[in-house]
Design a protein around this ligand. Sequence first.
Ligand code: 5GP
Length: 194
Amino acid sequence: MTNTNNGKGKVVIVSGPSGVGKSTICKEVLKKLNYIYLSVSVTTRPKSEAEVDGQDYWFVSEGDFRKRIEKDLLLEHAEVFGHFYGTPKDKVIEAMQADKVVILEIDVQGAIKAKAVFPDAVMIFVLAPSEKDLAKRLNHRGREAGEVAEERLNGASAEIAAAWQYYEYMVINEDLQQAVKECVQIIENERTKT
Ligand code: 5GP
């Protein structure tokens, strides 16, 4: 797929370890800027009680996910911690054509694929103030069992190492409002560049 966007639309990729607070930051950015489209991914991961289908993710079966790949409906997709995640292509294109800034909250593998499609995508990686802090956040989140939380914590170091190579911006989420402010500034500056 090639980038068919000729307008002011832009893609902003936000990644970071599980539990770092990426979703909260993205939702806050969405409230502050009126030109954001926050992409809703498709996943085969089970829905947690607090999540809403169609809002946090589109929760689908593996068969449904595979059909979407076959029909070329996904901009990128990746397997993360044993489940599939993908970005629906049509909504992103639509939002780009409406000159929106599209936020993709995706993992590093997906980010690299999305960057190949949209070479001028802005890449932001969100970090926790320390590994200890991240472990605390993951345990307090209580969404996943201990083993899964540990797997996610181990995966974080590999992601962080890759992030230094690929991402233009690193944002430390020590204070939520400060992290949101930094992301808003990055997006506003990048948007006025073109
Ligand atoms: P979670 O299960 O914690 O919601 O997400 C696990 C990981 O999958 C996170 O790193 C998240 O950013 C990533 N992710 C969510 N949606 C997508 C997507 O559409 N594509 C890719 N490649 N990763 C995704």
